[in-house]
Design a protein around this ligand. Sequence first.
Ligand SMILES: Cc1ncc(C[n+]2csc(CCOP(=O)(O)OP(=O)(O)O)c2C)c(N)n1
Ligand SMILES: [Mg+2]
Length: 585
Amino acid sequence: MASELLHDRPVPVPEQKELWGSDAIAAMLRAMEVPYLALNPGASYRGLHDSLVNYLGNERPQMLLCLHEESAVAIAHGYAKATGRMMGVVLHSNVGLMHGSMAIFNAWCDRVPMLILGATGPWDAARRRPWIDWIHTASDQGALVRDYTKWDNQPASVPAAYEALLRASQMAQTAPRGPTYINLDAALQEAKIGPLPALPDVARFAVPDPVFPNEASVKEAARLLSAAKNPVILVGRVSRSEQHWKARVALAEKLQAKVLTDIKTPAAFPTDHPLHAAPPSTFPDGTLLREADVVLSLDWIDTAGTLKAAWGSTPIGAKVIRVSPDAHLHRGWSADYQGLPPAEVYMMCEPDVVVPFLTEAVRARPAAVLPKAQIPYEKDEAVSIRALARAFNELTEGMNVALAKLPLGWNGAYRHFRHPLDYLGADGGGGVGAGPGLTVGAALALKGSDRMVVGICGDGDFLMGNTALWTATHYKLPCLIIVANNRSFYNDEMHQERVAKERGRPVENKWIGQRIDEPDIDLAMMARAQGAIGIGPVKELAQLKPAIAEAIQKVKAGEVCVVDVRVVPGYDTNMSGAPASASRR
Ligand SMILES: Cc1ncc(C[n+]2csc(CCOP(=O)(O)OP(=O)(O)O)c2C)c(N)n1
Ligand SMILES: [Mg+2]
């Protein structure tokens, strides 16, 4: 796929007599089949940069220039979400790493594989240029991201770098997946090395086979599920494979179990299936779960919190089967491990491995008659997120769409997901600004497929991350970004409203320090400034459908397009209904 981007081709380089440390590192990246490296440049890795361009010819891996390190990481994140595959990122010394760190945290919380390369030094102080090499050298640079990467290393030689890259790649792609970080000393990159040290056989360092559940656990889980009166399946982190999708449907149907999905994770179950019991949401409504006597949690992000939402402080009234390898990477710094759920059976495996075993082992339960899920369609009176969703749904009927981002005010009932690629999930770590980069990364992954990549972003999200657009226009990665623009960091207006009410203070002041107004920002112009099509602002209902229709046409013709839709502030989700502590982001 890398050669398909056909962009930024270097002039031919004469036969090289001399090789450098970074040439060997670049050769290793090619041997590992890293397809792309999203990056923002910096002198700390000028050696590697030269090797990628002049030794490898800027292909396999190909560079993707980004205007901000946060976009570089978000693009790799979006690519991994859509493909399940790892790509690389290169971040300049400490400063580039600091810029990229929030996005690394998002990728970590989202459990996506990513190979992050960085640089420092020269570590040998005697070889540093005055001033700049000193401020861009940090001892233990990996410490900046160690708490939200699976592994980091600073290799001291080419053979050590080979091994570090192999280990970083293997670990990043082993479940539970996550980013890894390799810090390349500038002196190592810029050292003359003579002939290329033999590259290891990459095939011998492949990702391990999946971990299978033991027979006794499967048997016990099947016994509980088969005897249940009201089993519920919580489907969380699962793969993008259609085969796995069908296997999940088969299990739910054999058990006639109700299924819940999470809007924080990608599409995991057909939301219009009669067994899909409620629209995917950020904070699931506990009432449905409270009726369950057996809960099967398939790597659901917050099983303990979800059970608590159902049973509160009373004992959890259901038996719990927990299927998740996630605790393998639980650490102390960030509490993204969530609460500790109780479990009668705990299989530390990936759900997609376990599901077929369970389907085989459970007894079929009789079908219950369930009402079919309906999307609530009242008449739209203003340009709202719901009106936007309706117009978008009508215009994309029968089309394959991959939604790479949804705004906070999106109600999971607005649109059905019927394929694993229909929705790619949220940002993982709740770090605002990821939306544009995630969309561009998904566009990179799905370029040339029949799926239109669409990110529906909040204006705050768009404004923080919008320069990812330039990478999309430069490399011709068609995608559509629709900004649900309420001209505010509105989620936090709601928090101020809640606090004001609690304290008996005027709610009228909730907009101060939140609203993005005076001057009004022309988002369409920000898109045009980067070579994308900019449409809007769309202020009237009558303009909404034609504007989105025009945008879809442009994207189908290969363009990058942004539509600024001025939505009325207000959420139609349980983000506002949840207790303040639950919805604090
Ligand atoms: C990096 C970062 N900064 C701040 C926040 C706090 N925060 C959560 S939601 C939000 C508002 C996002 O604005 P927008 O994307 O326009 O969505 P809206 O709230 O208006 O629906 C903010 C500032 C965050 N989660 N991440
Ligand atoms: Mg907003």
